[in-house]
Design a protein around this ligand. Sequence first.
Ligand SMILES: NC(=O)c1ccc[n+]([C@@H]2O[C@H](COP(=O)([O-])OP(=O)(O)OC[C@H]3O[C@@H](n4cnc5c(N)ncnc54)[C@H](O)[C@@H]3O)[C@@H](O)[C@H]2O)c1
Length: 345
Amino acid sequence: MNKKTILITGVAGFIGSNLTTTLLSKYDDATIIGIDNMNEYYDVELKRHRLSLLHEKASESGCVFEFREQDIGEAEEMHRLFQHFRPNIVVNLAAQAGVRYSIDHPEEYIRSNIVGFFHIMEACRRYEVEHLVFASSSSVYGGNTKYPFSEEDPVDQPVSLYAASKKSDELLAYSYAKLYGIPMTGLRFFTVYGPAGRPDMAYYKFAEILKNGGKIQIYNYGNCKRDFTYVDDVVDGILAVMKKPPKGVEPPYRIYNIGNSSPENLMDFVQILSEELQRCGVLPKDFDMKEHQELVPMQPGDVPVTFADTTRLEKDFGFAPKTPLRQGLRKFAEWYADFDRTKTI
Ligand SMILES: NC(=O)c1ccc[n+]([C@@H]2O[C@H](COP(=O)([O-])OP(=O)(O)OC[C@H]3O[C@@H](n4cnc5c(N)ncnc54)[C@H](O)[C@@H]3O)[C@@H](O)[C@H]2O)c1
């Protein structure tokens, strides 16, 4: 990817910042343009913190890194950005994420995930981008009960507006690939976690509540399974895909699951998280997880199981996520303990 200009949207976000860090370390002659609207869906200081680490990393890298605070929902600004930088590869990670938030803030999902994505596709069409890689989600599988979830399974019954917005992106992308021949790859991520992750996600929220001595709520009375995917694995998957636009297929459009293919029971997940938080000194050695949990019913928009079939990714790229949950949660807990003590942001 040297000599390429790469546009990453949502660069101050969890996955975007990790992807950019890896690009800055692996390449020495790329131009990376990162945009983010720095919205307040979760702590903006965490987004600033990630950006400051990126600028540090960029100063040691031969790559050029430029950040712009910009909203993909603004058509004219997006057009000017593409006209100015002429990106070769675009990775669209900017989105309004979260399932529960979509119940009270539906307009954000339409504005960023659908209208914003449309602006990106239009700009890709106008400026002949070589490859548009975009984030979809395991949530498109809704309440499907055939496991593991394969890219060939029907995904027509979303159970949240978030899921519907991601499925819409896939359909819109297909039509642009078909009509204009723009190479597009959609990636269905499965519950991505890791250091400096998203404070709105369960593992991070649980760590906060447990540290403050509270009780966590475990949905569906603990009968939930999630295919937790460590962020470094997701970044490796995105990098592999970015380099290889779909070729020899008509239209030039592909969808891949990026998941761990090893769903964990929520109760086991919570137990491992608490053990790793104890190991790092965030929780006391005699911490009793059973006293800090409450089993509650399923929440609207949630699904009981996510489980990725990654055969297609393995076949096309010789790679699939494999980091064991304990190893990934250990890295998160170590970061969390350190971050908490030093108050770096
Ligand atoms: N983390 C996961 O488990 C997961 C799972 C499935 C799919 N995804 C998808 O992956 C992508 C990245 O997720 P993440 O976990 O890094 O989320 P994130 O919220 O940390 O990152 C998204 C970033 O996009 C920015 N953004 C939002 N709307 C924008 C807009 N209109 N214009 C410009 N910037 C905007 C936000 O400020 C944020 O920094 C998203 O599309 C998300 O839906 C994530």
